[in-house]
Design a protein around this ligand. Structure first.
Ligand code: 48C
Length: 286
């Protein structure tokens, strides 16, 4: 959809529809199709090393093969990529053909009993790997959910110091309707009136050091809440949103970068680049 069409929609109605802009209020780019020249960006990044971090624990191992195969087809093609795959089932991983210049690292991780804890464990693992291993191996890190599939180009246009993706279910919503943690007792608390977008924890990234700081803050917030025997509304996604209110992303990705075909307003999303694999949540999480 051309930018001017989107701008017209922003004007209509009293809603801000901030997500349809191409710049955030703090002048961070909001990446929509047609707003960048990939040939220029690819030249700028011809030596850049990119990491893709993903958990595939317990039953979610079933999503890994398609995730990796689709990443080989659409994610940073032609660039240096290292996959950081964490699983409790290393011996069950089906390794797809990996192109030259790309590496698959398999790491073992404990399988927490609750799916919420598995999801939150990602932050703890990130604090370790962004501190110790990744600085010497990659320049930028992208963190993704595994029950997703790449469906169109995802390239160096997403790279930046600190990058987050607008949640496809909330890109036309007003901040008071965002799914923020609203209990002041939680470390993920965001007061009414604060916050710009509702970001989804299924696709975010940045420079390795920036992800170290983000993951440390989220891990500490999760621990603080656990000590009070509470858990944020959407686990580490709540803590991610809290962090990004006070540490604004330097680049924001449109819902082209996290889509779900079950959601409304798909007409705004000309390229559905990374889409949710439909599953029986009840079955796959227990
Ligand atoms: O790998 C697992 N195994 C689990 O049992 C639960 C979660 N996870 C990881 O955490 C996967 O990478 C999931 O994509 C992620 C949490 N995200 C979701 O369950 C849905 N995408 C919301």
């Amino acid at each position: 959809m051309a930018h001017c069409e989107r701008k017209l929609l922003v004007k209509s109605g009293n809603h801000r529809k901030m997500a349809l802009n191409v710049l955030s209020p703090w002048l961070a780019p909001i990446v929509w199709d047609g707003t960048y020249d990939l040939s220029i960006l690819d030249k700028q990044h011809n030596n850049t090393r990119i990491g893709l971090f993903v958990f595939a624990v317990k039953k979610y191992i079933r999503f890994l093969q398609l995730f990796l195969e689709s990443a080989e087809r659409y994610f940073m093609v032609g660039h240096k990529v290292t996959y950081y795959v964490f699983t409790d089932k290393v011996d069950e991983v089906v390794k797809p053909k990996i192109a030259d210049g790309r590496i698959l690292q398999l790491h073992s991780v404990v399988a927490d009993q609750r799916w919420q804890d598995v999801s939150m464990r990602r932050m703890e693992i990130l604090t370790v790997y962004t501190k110790k291993h990744m600085p010497n191996e990659i320049d930028y890190l992208v963190c993704a959910d595994v029950d997703m599939v790449f469906n169109d180009h995802v390239g160096v246009e997403i790279l930046g110091d600190l990058v987050a993706t607008i949640h496809p279910g909330y890109f036309l919503a007003e901040p008071q309707h965002f799914n923020y943690e609203r209990r002041p007792i939680s470390a993920a608390y965001i007061p009414d009136g604060e916050g710009d977008f509702y970001y989804m924890a299924a696709f975010y990234g940045g420079k390795v050091d920036k992800i170290y700081r983000l993951s440390m803050a989220c891990k500490n917030g999760i621990i603080e809440d656990k000590k009070k025997n509470i858990e944020a509304l959407w686990q580490e996604e709540s803590h991610l949103n809290r962090y990004l209110v006070y540490n604004k992303p330097t680049k924001v990705l449109s819902p082209e970068y996290i889509w779900d075909t079950k959601l409304p307003h798909g007409e705004f999303i000309k390229k559905k680049r990374f889409i949710a694999v439909h599953k029986d949540h009840q079955e796959v999480r227990n």
